[in-house]
Design a protein around this ligand. Structure first.
Ligand SMILES: Nc1ncnc2c1ncn2[C@@H]1O[C@H](COP(=O)(O)OP(=O)(O)OP(=O)(O)O)[C@@H](O)[C@H]1O
Ligand SMILES: [Mg+2]
Length: 256
């Protein structure tokens, strides 16, 4: 049986009068990692924000955990659903004035109502182990950490409240290639361990082929291809081939 946790149906989003998502259809299943690929500005983050219940859309519907969200659905209906998700935002977005422990503890309090200090401390130390960080890191501030460590803290914060869905926006951007592959390995391991439905937004094809069960390619706010990793590798689709060759930005006018 397919365990569908998220389904976007014909979702469109505009900023002012500029339409940036056009009838996007996307499904996420329990235990599966979907990688959303595309060049800068094509609408990846906007799509992630729609799934996270953070972005209003003008038409279509979003089904989250079997609950239907429509453009007119009130915020108070969306908030409890949002608490069942974990998000790593594009720039990591840690709270700079808070320690690692306070950063990671935040969703425990906000999403699960855990206020007992000892309980928070214990959960933080446990999740730090999962992301392979030393417990001494818990008293440090984000500014004292390397880029790779900050990503690990952001992943820990997204997972600490045991969400059913994990959304990661460009988790390897800004990292050197070796650190990026370590983060890929960590994401792969944790998504399997926690059995979440994961969406990884990236323009790093190496990452996507390493961790994705399925790949989705976006161009100018539209999904132009989706399929398995194996199907991607053998695909003759023009958009897929151009993205894979890195030539996409040179211009489609040159395509025979
Ligand atoms: N709050 C906003 N107000 C106006 N336009 C926006 C807003 N957010 C995004 N956009 C526009 O929507 C389009 C899609 O943006 P989005 O951030 O989703 O792209 P992206 O694929 O995530 O790009 P990148 O790879 O650079 O992160 C872009 O043209 C962007 O300028
Ligand atoms: Mg983005």
């Amino acid at each position: 049986m397919v365990d569908l946790v998220i389904a976007l149906r014909d979702v469109s989003v505009s900023f002012d009068r500029n339409r940036v998502l056009h009838n996007v259809n996307l499904k996420m299943q329990k235990g599966e990692t979907t990688c959303l690929l595309g060049t800068s500005g094509c609408g990846k983050t906007t799509t992630l924000r729609v799934i996270a219940g953070l972005q209003k859309f003008e038409s279509g519907s979003v089904n989250i955990f079997g609950k239907e969200i429509l453009p007119q659905t009130p915020e108070k209906f969306i908030v409890p659903l949002r608490k069942r998700l974990g998000v790593v935002f594009q720039n990591g977005a840690l709270f700079d004035s808070m320690t690692v422990e306070q950063n990671i503890g935040f969703p425990l309090q906000y999403c699960k109502g855990v206020t007992n200090e000892e309980q928070v401390k214990e959960a933080v130390l446990e999740i730090l182990q999962h992301v392979e960080l030393n417990k001494d890191v818990s008293n440090m501030y984000p500014g004292e950490l390397s880029g790779g460590m900050r990503k690990r803290v952001a992943i820990a914060r997204a997972l600490v409240h045991e969400p059913e869905v994990l959304l990661l926006d460009e988790p390897t951007t800004g990292l050197d290639p070796v650190t990026a592959r370590h983060i890929d390995a960590l994401i792969y391991e944790l998504t399997h361990k926690f059995k979440v439905a994961a969406l990884v937004v990236t323009h790093d094809l190496v990452s996507a082929l390493g961790i994705g069960d399925s790949l989705v390619l976006m161009e100018s706010g539209k999904i132009v291809w989706k399929g398995s990793k194996e199907a991607w590798i053998s695909s003759r689709n023009r958009s897929v081939r151009f993205f894979a060759s890195g030539l996409v930005s040179i211009g489609e006018a040159n395509v025979p």
